[in-house]
Design a protein around this ligand. Structure first.
Ligand SMILES: [Zn+2]
Length: 379
């Protein structure tokens, strides 16, 4: 085993004698190739992030969000623009646009102006978030969906510029179920902490299928727009649902964006087949955050302990995911509470997918380059 692999395995806390020779060879291969994490939220450059990316032979793409908070949005855009210019080997970025001025007659022109500037500054795509569909309303008090004509000139502009739209629309389907309810009084899920995005028992809110249908309508209306569905297109609970859209819309691809655990909960053979058949249209992404500051748009700097925690959280995910995608190991895994943390003691094992090398090449690198041209600049 090479020294580099040994170092990485030790860093991950994986003891090589526990792995079969085939698993080791597959992991060694995945570690050796260039990889891009297309879905991260990096608040600023930090030396520990660059170290991780050197160790893993990786570059990450940071995604700006927050069209309803201009201050946070501008902070992210300015920061991403700066650190991506300073360290293009390590970081690429995706911009977003303001929604607060959407009733201003100059809104579309102003958004285009901002996007043009961001593309000139190297942004490789544009993100829209679940606030479209779940939060903003029109003058009649109706929720505005992504297929609202107000967005058409913006989406057309993005397509004309040869850029890509990445969309996190809706939520995992569990947001419409009572699964967010605290267990023994402890908020166990994201929605327990963010009840504004839990639509269970709120009949005035759009349904899950309304939001998915609006997204599908955008795909149909803009066949020339490269469209990446973040979080497996919010269809993470069933690869068959993803497949339906991939078959119907050639302009559609999906990013995993931190939803690997949902794949682990589905039939392994089916998930493996999905990766093999749609190997050109699935991209690796962890949805990890990191940087110098405590959070996106925050001014408070991380302490040494925060940095250690962030480093561990990023490496733990990559370890788990590399083993899941590359090997057929039985990986000890926790009883994962949705949006929460795995229990400290693993409660079951998940068998890795052992994807062929050419599929790993595509999912971990080539598809990002294909769907977000320029993302691999200087890497
Ligand atoms: Zn994200």
């Amino acid at each position: 085993m090479n020294k580099y692999l040994k170092m990485i395995l030790l860093m991950f806390g994986v003891y090589s004698f526990l792995l079969s020779s085939n698993s080791l060879a597959q992991l060694e291969y995945l570690l050796s190739i260039k990889k891009i994490d297309v879905h991260t939220h990096i608040s600023s450059d930090a030396p520990y992030l660059r170290q991780i990316m050197d160790d893993l032979n990786m570059k990450c793409c940071t995604i700006c969000t927050g069209g309803l908070n201009k201050e946070t949005m501008d902070f992210q855009i300015n920061s991403a623009n700066e650190f991506c210019k300073e360290y293009p080997r390590y970081y690429a970025w995706i911009t977003t646009f303001d929604l607060t001025q959407r009733n201003d007659p100059d809104w579309v022109e102003n958004v285009k102006k901002q996007l043009r500037r961001d593309f000139e500054n190297g942004a490789v795509g544009v993100k829209i978030w679940k606030e479209i569909g779940m939060e903003i309303k029109n003058a009649d008090g109706e929720y505005i969906q992504a297929d609202d004509p107000m967005f058409d000139p913006i989406f057309e502009f993005i397509a004309q510029e040869g850029k890509t739209l990445i969309a996190h629309l809706g939520e995992p389907i569990q947001a419409w179920m009572p699964s967010h309810l605290p267990v023994e009084g402890i908020p166990g899920t994201y929605w327990a902490k963010h009840p504004e995005y839990s639509f269970w028992d709120k009949p005035d809110k759009p349904s899950y299928s309304d939001i998915m249908a609006a997204r599908d309508h955008v795909l149909a209306k803009h066949p020339n727009l490269k469209f990446v569905g973040a979080h497996l297109g919010s269809l993470e609970f069933d690869v068959d649902e993803v497949i339906k859209r991939l078959d119907r819309y050639p302009n559609f691809a999906v990013g995993i964006g931190g939803r690997t655990r949902y794949l682990m909960w589905q039939a392994r053979g089916k998930v493996r087949e999905f990766f093999i058949k749609y190997q050109d249209r699935i991209m690796y992404g962890t949805d990890r955050s990191g940087g110098f500051y405590k959070g996106l748009g925050q001014k408070e700097k991380m302490t040494e302990n925060d940095i250690q925690d962030s480093r561990k959280s990023i490496l733990d995910r990559h370890e788990l995911f590399f083993r899941y995608y590359a090997t057929d190991d039985d990986i000890p895994w926790g009883n994962y509470v949705i949006g929460g943390k795995p229990l400290p003691e693993p409660t079951y094992t998940v068998k890795g997918l052992a994807l062929p090398k050419e599929v790993l090449d595509k999912v971990f690198y080539e598809n990002a380059v294909e769907w977000f041209p320029g993302v691999n600049k200087d890497f």
